[in-house]
Design a protein around this ligand. Structure first.
Ligand SMILES: O=P(O)(O)OC[C@H]1O[C@@H](O)[C@H](O)[C@@H]1O
Length: 222
């Protein structure tokens, strides 16, 4: 136990905790530096999506716009191994979900899946990390419900029109019994056109979910 504490202190000296938004050294336990905490305002962005086949409306809430420091931070989180940033975003997201969906008692959270090949390359699914971090803050269970059954192109490299067709039919429910009649909170890192979340939400509804709402760290202003 004592050794564990010493090890943590040494590690802290070699790799001091840094602000997730600007890289400044911060105190252990802090999530962002004073400057970024003041500068980065929590927004209340809502994206309304209409599911192409079912015609149902699904909402996605996000505390940030995908710009400036948030964009830099999310790139680090998604492509450069900063798995720890999930905890930085989670609290704010959990609070926003509670504020925006106060009447919904979600049964569990799930996340947008990535393909096994992409997960192997990156080492993790950033949306799964986020959902698991939010699950701890919101005291809600996490369930893996969807898998990706096709290796499609990366959404962020496509035009708005291409994004819509790129995701069609790429997701599948793992176990319909698990989601039947459930109220599910679906998590992703970024929402741009909403094509990814719409396709996942529609797959969940078609698999028997009763209600689906979404949350993403940031929305790309289109
Ligand atoms: O499908 P839209 O909303 O256009 O794009 C957002 C998706 O594109 C990916 O890079 C993000 O990780 C997210 O899954």
């Amino acid at each position: 136990m004592k050794n564990k504490g010493i090890f943590a202190a040494v590690l802290n000296m070699i790799f001091p905790p840094r602000c997730a938004f600007c890289g400044e050294v911060i105190l252990s336990g802090e999530k962002a530096c004073g400057k970024c905490s003041k500068e980065i305002k929590t927004l209340n962005l809502t994206k309304r999506m209409v599911l192409p086949n079912l015609g149902k409306t699904v909402f996605c809430v996000s505390p940030f716009a995908y710009e400036y420091k948030i964009r830099v931070s999310l790139i680090q989180f998604k492509f450069y191994g900063r798995r720890d940033f999930a905890d930085v975003y989670a609290e704010t997201m959990a609070a926003l979900v509670q504020k925006q969906f106060p009447e919904i008692s979600f049964d569990f959270l799930t996340s947008v899946p990535i393909s096994p090949k992409r997960k192997q390359g990156r080492g993790y699914n950033q949306s799964e990390l986020l959902a698991k971090a939010i699950s701890k803050c919101a005291f809600l269970p996490y369930n893996e419900c969807l898998i990706k059954i096709k290796e499609n192109r990366e959404q962020h490299k496509l035009t708005e029109k291409e994004r819509r067709t790129n995701v069609l039919g790429v997701y599948q429910v793992i176990n319909k019994e698990k989601i039947a009649g459930k109220k599910i909170l679906l998590i992703d890192d970024i929402v741009t056109t909403g094509a990814t979340l719409s396709e996942c939400a529609e797959t969940l509804y078609q698999g028997g979910a009763e209600f689906v709402a979404c949350a993403a760290v940031a929305q790309v202003p289109l």
